[in-house]
Each structure stands twice: as C-alpha cells, then as structure tokens.
Design a protein around this ligand. Structure first.
Ligand SMILES: [Zn+2]
Length: 169
C-alpha cells in the first residue's frame, strides 16, 4: 500500500536500489559477512582486535552482536547451522574456511556464538571437536535470563545454564 501511494520517483528509486543491492552486494571473501567490496568493513578495519574470532550463524546475528558493542574482534559467518532434518551438513557451511583462518590469521581464541537451539548447540559441539586440537582457546557464549525476564517463567534448561555460567559478583 505504501509503495502504491508513494510518488512514482520514490518507487523507482527503491526499485533501482534493490536492483543495485542484488548486483553489488556479495559476501566477504574472508568472513562471509555482506559487503560490496572484496573485504567487509569489519575485516578491513585495522582497529579491530586480531587473533579472536566470533563464529555466528548469520549476518543477522553478527549485526546483533555488533549493535551491542560487546565484541571488538573479528567474525566468521557460517551461513547456517548443521541440520540433519534439512539435509545441511558440514560441507554446506563455511567450516573449512573457518579452519583455514586459524593458522592464516594466528587466531588464539574462537568464541562459538551459534544460537541456543538444538541445531546451534549441535553445530557448536561439532566445531569444538574440530577446533580443540588446533591450539586455540574455544569458548561458548553464556546463556542467561533475559533483562526484564522472570525466573518463574524461565525454562529449565536456561535456568540450569544460567546457574552453571554464574560469575563472581
Ligand atoms: Zn569480512
């Protein structure tokens, strides 16, 4: 409705923008985040910390972490999660590229930031097995009670993990 009622030039401009975006935006050759250049803005930023990689499922997850400002290292976008039901195996994800980056970039720590879903957990465990003999420290993002949440409505697994992941106050 908005587009039908918008001025013709605005609708044309939006159509051009979508066409250009589809033509010019592709994935970064290093981390697989979206970019219109060879490397994305994060990979080409000299101010970011080297040696620490945050592994995420998707660009959406990368942007969420970026918006939090909680991480200043580099990323690796898997472009999905392992899912036997949907016939997604390791070769469908950017896992080989991740392993290649460890020696190539002198990575010392890998943070597994896949989602706390069954697939995200399975993917994190699979990656842990591959990474543990490669001389890198591997960590998993902590789970907790969301801000504004209520303990009595929190599921058992989240509570259990929040308890295990407690830290000194
Ligand atoms: Zn990149």
């Amino acid at each position: 409705m908005f587009l039908l009622q918008a001025p013709q030039e605005e609708a044309d401009a939006l159509a051009d923008l979508i066409r250009r975006m589809r033509r010019e935006v592709h994935t970064c050759s290093r981390c697989f985040h979206f970019t219109d250049g060879e490397l994305c803005s994060i990979c080409s930023d000299p101010a970011r910390a080297n040696g620490i990689l945050c592994v995420v499922e998707s660009t959406g997850d990368l942007l969420a972490i970026e918006n939090s400002g909680a991480f200043k290292g580099r990323y690796h976008v898997l472009q999905g999660v392992l899912s036997p039901l949907e016939a997604v195996g390791p070769e469908d994800l950017r896992i080989r590229e991740l392993l290649n980056r460890i020696p190539a970039e002198g990575i010392r720590e890998v943070i597994l930031a896949t989602n706390p879903s069954n697939e995200g957990e399975a993917t994190a465990h699979y990656l842990l097995r591959l990474l543990k003999d490669r001389g890198v420290q591997v960590s998993r993002i902590a789970y907790g009670i969301p801000m504004g949440g209520d303990l009595k409505y929190t599921d058992r697994v989240t509570l259990e993990r929040a308890m295990k992941g407690r830290r000194e106050f």
